[in-house]
Design a protein around this ligand. Structure first.
Ligand code: 8YV
Length: 327
């Protein structure tokens, strides 16, 4: 019997591809090319499974053109690149890669918060440019981190990890806003108190965004929300591009309506709004919050586990639409 065919849509660890090759006929993308939708459809025809990253959009058009497809396994916890209802309607399984990146991503959220509040990159650029000729009392004086108020919007696993770092490590007062309130025991573990969105924006010294991207969360932070924030506050986005209105943020930063921002994700990435590239009070990183070697390996392994689990054994590890498995 011939092996099922699987597409690996982007370059990934050779060990992950080797694991897939034990079970499947695998087509890879060794040049790590960014395929157009038409190219992706061309490659996907006849495949039973696909290993995707957050960059490949799987929607009704793709699914209708590839009727052999049975599973799309994302090497990402976020899955806004998948039209899950369209997949479910066609009996295609969707899987993501939760948990394995929680702590690493929370570490990065905190790193970005600290770099932003303490003006790390701005001051390094100053030094590298040979501009450091003398010490002065207010040189790169930033905002306080320890003991300040941390406001987290989106209190899933990563949000909780950031809360714990802030409360237990830095003595911060932690407030959070979420669609639903956490159970009291979890609030106590995170030392976090629930707040309305407006109250959070008005009182937090550092606002960290960790919400999934959905049509409802589009522009969670726009001009109106930025206007509520303290002029000394920082805004950190490690969630998804589109959660923040980047043009409105660039204007607020330029006019010093908030102190600074730290951004790992952007609207239309890898394009970055040109105004963000010219304001000094923003730390910009290229979507690397989960980027440690062990974590990226674990994410790739989980996507492979899902492909093998489902196509070989009928049991995926982390299904997003488990009703497809039961059908
Ligand atoms: C990924 C992410 O690196 O997991 C997510 O949702 O945003 C990142 O960890 C990225 O999506 C590539 O798959």
């Amino acid at each position: 019997m011939s092996k099922p065919k699987v597409l690996v849509a982007r370059a990934v660890f050779p060990e992950a591809i080797a694991r897939l090759e034990e079970h499947f006929e695998v087509e890879t993308n060794p040049d790590d090319a960014l395929w157009s939708k038409a190219q992706l459809i061309g490659k996907l025809k006849g495949k039973a499974g696909v290993f995707t990253t957050g960059s490949e959009r799987i929607d009704a058009e793709v699914l209708d053109a590839c009727p052999d497809l049975r599973i799309c396994a994302n090497m990402a916890v976020g899955y806004n690149n998948f039209d899950v209802p369209a997949m479910t309607a066609r009996g295609v399984l969707a899987t993501n890669a939760p948990d394995v990146l929680t702590e690493t991503t929370a570490d990065f959220g905190f790193a970005l918060l600290m770099a932003t509040a303490r003006r790390l990159t701005e001051s390094e650029h100053f030094l590298r440019a040979g501009k450091w000729t003398k010490w002065s009392y207010d040189m790169f004086a930033g905002g306080e981190v320890h003991g300040s108020t941390l406001g987290i919007i989106g209190m899933g696993r990563i949000g909780q990890g950031i809360a714990k770092r802030g409360a237990h490590g830095f003595g911060m007062k932690v407030i959070y806003h979420n669609r639903s309130r956490l159970a009291p025991a979890l609030e106590a573990e995170c030392k976090a108190g629930y707040a309305g969105k407006e109250e959070l924006l008005k009182t937090a010294d550092h606002v960290v965004l960790v919400v999934p991207y959905t049509p409802e969360s589009h522009h969670t932070i726009g001009a109106a929300e930025l206007a509520l924030m303290k002029p000394t506050a920082t805004l950190i986005n490690i969630a998804r591009g589109g959660i923040v209105d980047d043009a409105a943020l660039a204007a607020a930063l330029r006019e010093k309506r908030i102190a600074a921002a730290g951004l790992d994700v952007f609207e239309g990435e890898p394009q970055v709004h040109p105004d963000l590239l010219t304001v000094p009070n923003v730390v910009l990183t290229p979507h690397i919050a989960s980027a440690t070697v062990p974590t990226r390996r674990a994410m790739a392994d989980l996507a492979v586990d899902n492909l093998v689990g489902y196509l070989v054994h009928g049991e995926p590890k982390t299904p997003l639409n488990p009703e497809v498995v039961k059908a």
